[in-house]
Design a protein around this ligand. Structure first.
Ligand code: SF4
Length: 376
């Protein structure tokens, strides 16, 4: 039986953060029970024919679910063919996490937590619309440790409004003290349709300028590397052998099944997307036992671009041999000139059959990657 990664989406949030454009909703508490029932049906019908190598429950806020709902979801997952060393991650939001829920997560086999902290400064947490304080995060984190979770990732966001370089450096230093196995550091992106986008357009968002943002990124690298974390992806750092196996599936363009509202799947060169709203999802699952509203056969060019765009996010870049095996042609046939150009600008390096960004290349990766778009 083939192995696949499984993503499960929980679209509920207590309150919407001001920067967030993820498919998540608040004020829909009355739908959680029906949603979990519909979701369980989808998981069984789509995932039970495969071996499941990684599971990631994301959101939204998976820990918005109550104890019983977590256990119900666990009972569904239990019916799948889960490989022995399956990485099973759940995203947690401090402010929704309790001892009871952590115990339920442990009981259903979760072996990795990804906790969204974002900042250690309460004024910034409040300003970006988070529902928790740094103190609440810390008590959740240490409680999880006490209960035996030995693989925890912490998410941080830099370049927040009014944030200084010193504040960001202190965020990192604080988090290092807690010794999580994995740390993700993303820069704030102002997404359309969010309250921050509105404020930005009105000139009311005081964001750090580009040079400060770059310094923040450099500090991240410097401090985390010094503390023994290895950068394995543009925004992700881990202790040895603690990389996120699930996310590596995306970055290496392997197959994954996505269940729940708005979830995407990639299976044997086909992309699928589920309906976004909770009500429609429940309705579709109840009436036709399928919530997919879009499917798309990736062209070979789409696959090549995705392979490059996702693969180059990894610090070790892409494997030339793998490119040849997947696409039946040498990478030079398509990209020779681009590779030579950026090698000479010292933004790309080619070594031992791999192509990857240099440290400066990582900072300018968006500019470089646009040249990898194929004429179609
Ligand atoms: S908790 Fe996460 S998913 Fe929910 S609104 Fe905030 S950032 Fe978005």
């Amino acid at each position: 039986m083939e192995s696949k990664a499984l993503y499960i989406h929980i679209p509920f949030c207590k309150k919407k953060c001001y920067y967030c454009d993820f498919p998540s909703f608040c004020g829909k508490d009355h739908l959680t029970k029906n949603y979990i029932e519909a979701l369980s049906e989808e998981i069984i019908s789509r995932a039970s024919k495969f071996n499941i190598s990684t599971i990631f429950i994301g959101g939204g806020t998976p820990t918005f679910l109550n104890y019983e709902e977590i256990l119900t979801l666990g009972k569904t997952i239990e019916k799948l063919n889960i490989v022995q060393d399956c990485e099973f991650t759940v995203e947690c939001n401090p402010g929704t996490l309790t001892k009871e829920k952590l115990k339920a997560l442990k009981q259903i086999g979760v072996n990795r937590l990804s906790i969204g902290l974002q900042s250690t400064h309460n004024n910034h947490l409040k300003a970006i619309g988070r529902i928790h304080t740094y103190e609440e995060f810390k008590s959740n984190y240490y409680l999880a440790r006490e209960l035996g979770f030995n693989n925890i990732s912490i998410d941080l966001i830099f370049a927040l409004p009014d944030e200084t370089l010193e504040e960001w450096r202190s965020d990192i230093l604080e988090v290092i003290k807690m010794e999580p196995e994995h740390i993700s550091c993303y820069s704030l992106i102002i997404e359309e349709g969010t309250p921050f986008h509105k404020l930005y357009n009105m000139g009311k968002l005081n964001l750090p300028d580009e040079e400060v943002e770059r310094e923040m990124y450099r500090s991240t690298l410097e401090l985390l590397t010094k503390a023994g974390y290895e950068q394995y992806e543009i925004s992700n750092f881990s202790k040895k052998n603690k990389e996120s196996k699930h996310n590596l599936v995306y970055w290496t363009l392997k197959d994954y099944i996505g269940c729940g509202t708005g979830a995407h799947s990639y299976i044997q060169g086909m992309r699928y997307r589920n309906v976004e709203t909770i009500e429609e999802y429940i309705n579709l699952m109840n009436t036709r036992e399928n919530a997919m509203v879009e499917s798309h056969k990736n062209s070979i060019e789409d696959d090549i671009e995705e392979f490059i765009f996702m693969g180059m996010r990894k610090i070790k870049g892409i494997d030339e041999k793998e490119f040849k095996n997947r696409f039946g042609r040498e990478i030079d046939e398509l990209y020779r000139d681009v590779i030579i150009k950026y090698e000479s600008e010292k933004l790309l390096e080619r070594k031992n059959g791999r192509i990857f960004f240099t440290e400066r290349g990582v900072e300018l990766s968006n500019r470089v990657l646009t040249d990898f778009i194929l004429d179609k």
